[in-house]
Design a protein around this ligand. Structure first.
Ligand code: MSP
Length: 656
């Protein structure tokens, strides 16, 4: 049913413009876009918000590294060539509004919001002492750490202390717990237990909501030197972009509360605990739902630029088309769970579903109509009972699809639609149009078969249009379906195409891909990208003097395992290693690499040492050998990486 004038407000997270976005970010935005398009199709007045989260220490540091201001830095990534705006254009993202947290109206609104919570007594001044993860901009308590590292990103945390403002999160703990447990505010349901058991039950501490250690943020306007914590700044974007506490927009009354926030699983904590608590403090209605989707993994891990394992959506969309990529993302992975990305999955999915099933159905049907009827079906058509199974599943499809879409089960909605497409291909085999065409007495029957196929394609393409908007438009054109039969209501009925419909066979909508060839090319491209991403190295001059082979052979290189590693007291440079060298006696080596490694991080590693150098005393301690490492100059500074070997190689193995 059309629902005229009903409003629907949906958001993506706002993205950090600290690096180019990868396919994981694209995944979430494509899902949001598909939902927004589906709701528009159903007749809703939709507000789809996305944007960028531009403040914080990480951006400040990256800009400094690049030698430009933070604003210049984010401008490059957001609006510069190949930036976020370009990516969303390429991916056909139909957002209605794009917020940047550096926009004036947002900054002012955040100051107003912060002050309002302060005046209410929900924000107060104190001092923060804790462990800080700079990339995640998060403070952690000792008990929250995982293996002494940030539980979100696995990186080192540093002790930090600062005078700061706090938000009385503890005051709202009970109300938030009830919200999570007694309503369907947060989905999938499995995420509720995680939030309640891991964060609320152990005791919600008040949240540190200002920083003084850097300045790239929204200034607290009543206390110089403090900037608002990025997550307070970021979360309220969902309301400031509608005009909350600012004059730029006036859409709060129409669109707040949001119908759904789509967010990745690692930021569910911010959206399902901190966000409702702050809204409660502001006495505002809560969003109707937060949906925490899973991650797209690569080689079993989360994609991240710093780990060098990202997939570039631009390359894939350029090679295979935006719609094919959009389809794959939502067809292959259940939205609420993690999924592993791989190029062969993508290509097979395109070949099987899009080129073979859908593409062939459209091209065979239109080709047959051109061949047998010069492109236009005759009025007289004869039905047969063999048509019933196909027509029945076409009729049943929209309700099933709608139920899946309403519960964000994109994968199921697509699987059901493609089951109908496969059924239509089977119907071609069952009815054997080429046999009917042999005798003109069968023309009316043949026309009916063709009509049923076209109308099936019409219904399926309406349902697929939120996923693959451009391709479905092309299909409509090829099957002669104009706007009067492609709206949402038209999907609910069969046989809406005019009986004497004319088709226009066009180019293949989803060309078949050569799997082997593409995989090889993609791999080569990924290698080249990895190489290009390597920092430029100043090569040290090679030695001019040769060393004779016998002298070289005298050097005794061995595999060693780090049993212990600690800083040498009173030395900034030296680390002292206790090594297993395969003998019964530990070997001690001192190495001037303290600026490159945290000693604990090296314990257990397998390294290479030259062991027959004469022992040497450093800071009163004996060093028996030297550890090998790769050294080079990057941007004029010396960088060093210890040579590490596969842990399966036993200590004492000789290296020749
Ligand atoms: N700026 C915050 C969000 C603030 S919202 C008020 C942020 N930004 S982000 O750029 O790091 O991530 C944005 C979204 O992309 C998150 O929902 C995150 O889960 C999602 N993804 C990033 N990598 C992803 C995958 N590999 N797979 C799926 N989604 C992932 O967090």
């Amino acid at each position: 049913m059309q629902t005229p004038n009903k409003k629907f407000y949906i958001t993506t997270p706002i993205y950090y413009p600290s690096d180019k976005l990868h396919i994981g970010h694209t995944y979430c935005t494509v899902a949001t876009d598909t939902m927004a398009r589906y709701k528009r199709l159903c007749g809703y007045d939709v507000m789809f918000l996305t944007g960028t989260d531009e403040h914080g220490q990480k951006i400040e540091e990256k800009a400094k590294e690049a030698g430009i201001t933070p604003k210049e830095f984010v401008d490059r990534i957001v609006t510069g060539e190949g930036g976020i705006h370009d990516l969303w254009k390429l991916m056909n993202i139909s957002y209605d509004r794009f917020i940047r947290t550096t926009d004036d109206y947002h900054v002012k609104a955040i100051q107003n919001i912060f002050k309002a919570m302060y005046e209410k007594g929900d924000i107060y001044k104190g001092a923060y002492e804790g462990l800080y993860c700079t990339p995640c901009e998060s403070f952690w308590t000792e008990s929250q750490l995982k293996d002494d590292k940030c539980p979100d990103c696995g990186r080192e945390v540093k002790p930090a202390k600062e005078e700061a403002y706090f938000f009385r999160l503890s005051k709202y703990a009970d109300r938030v717990q009830t919200l999570l447990e007694d309503t369907d505010f947060l989905e999938p349901r499995s995420r509720v237990n995680e939030m309640v058991n891991n964060f609320i039950k152990p005791g919600l501490e008040d949240l540190c909501v200002s920083r003084t250690s850097f300045s790239w943020g929204v200034p607290v306007d009543f206390d110089e030197g403090h900037v608002v914590y990025v997550w307070v700044d970021a979360l309220f974007n969902y309301t400031t972009a509608l005009g909350f506490m600012n004059d730029r927009y006036d859409d709060m009354k129409d669109f707040w509360p949001a119908d759904v926030h789509f967010v990745g699983k690692e930021i569910v904590r911010f959206h399902s605990i901190i966000w409702p608590a702050m809204l409660m403090s502001m006495e505002m209605p809560l969003p109707k739902k937060v949906f925490g989707h899973g991650w797209l993994l690569l080689d079993g891990g989360k994609m991240s630029k710093s780990k060098g394992n990202v997939v570039d959506p631009v390359i894939l969309a350029d090679r295979y088309g935006t719609d094919a990529l959009r389809y794959f993302l939502l067809r292959d992975f259940p939205f609420g769970s993690d999924g592993s990305f791989a190029n062969d999955l993508l290509i097979n999915r395109i070949n099987v579903d899009l080129a073979n099933d859908l593409g062939n159905l459209v091209s065979r049907t239109t080709a047959m109509i051109e061949k047998y009827f010069d492109g236009t079906l005759p009025e007289t058509q004869v039905a047969d009972e063999i048509d019933t199974p196909l027509l029945d599943i076409v009729k049943a499809l929209p309700a099933k699809y709608e139920a899946s879409m309403e519960s964000y089960a994109f994968q199921t909605a697509l699987a059901d639609t493609f089951a109908v497409i496969s059924r239509a291909n089977k119907y071609i085999d069952e009815t054997a149009p080429w046999a009917l065409a042999k005798d003109s007495a069968n023309n009316a029957r043949l026309a009916c078969v063709m009509y049923n196929l076209l109308d099936t394609v019409r219904v399926c393409s309406i349902l697929l249009s939120p996923f693959m908007p451009d391709s479905c438009e092309k299909i409509f054109e090829q099957i002669g379906a104009d706007a009067t039969v492609t709206a949402w209501d038209s999907a609910q009925s069969i046989s809406l195409l005019p009986r004497t419909v004319s088709v226009k066979k066009g180019d293949a909508i989803f060309p078949r891909i050569d799997l082997e060839k593409e995989l090889a090319e993609l791999e080569a491209q990924a290698e080249a990208m990895k190489k290009a991403a390597m920092p430029a190295v100043e090569i040290e001059p090679y030695a001019e003097e040769n060393v004779d082979f016998d002298t070289f052979c005298k050097s005794d290189f061995r595999v060693v395992k780090v049993k212990n590693c600690e800083k040498v007291k009173k030395s900034n440079k030296l680390l002292m290693f206790t090594l297993d060298d395969g003998t019964d006696t530990d070997r001690q080596i001192l190495s001037g690499i303290a600026q490159f490694y945290e000693p604990e991080a090296l314990i257990g590693k397998t390294l290479v040492a030259i062991t027959n150098l004469p022992p040497r005393k450093m800071m009163g301690k004996e060093s028996c050998g030297m550890l090998l490492s790769a050294t080079r100059l990057e941007k004029g500074e010396e960088v060093l990486t210890l040579m590490m070997l596969d842990d399966s190689i036993p200590a004492g193995s000789k290296i020749v």
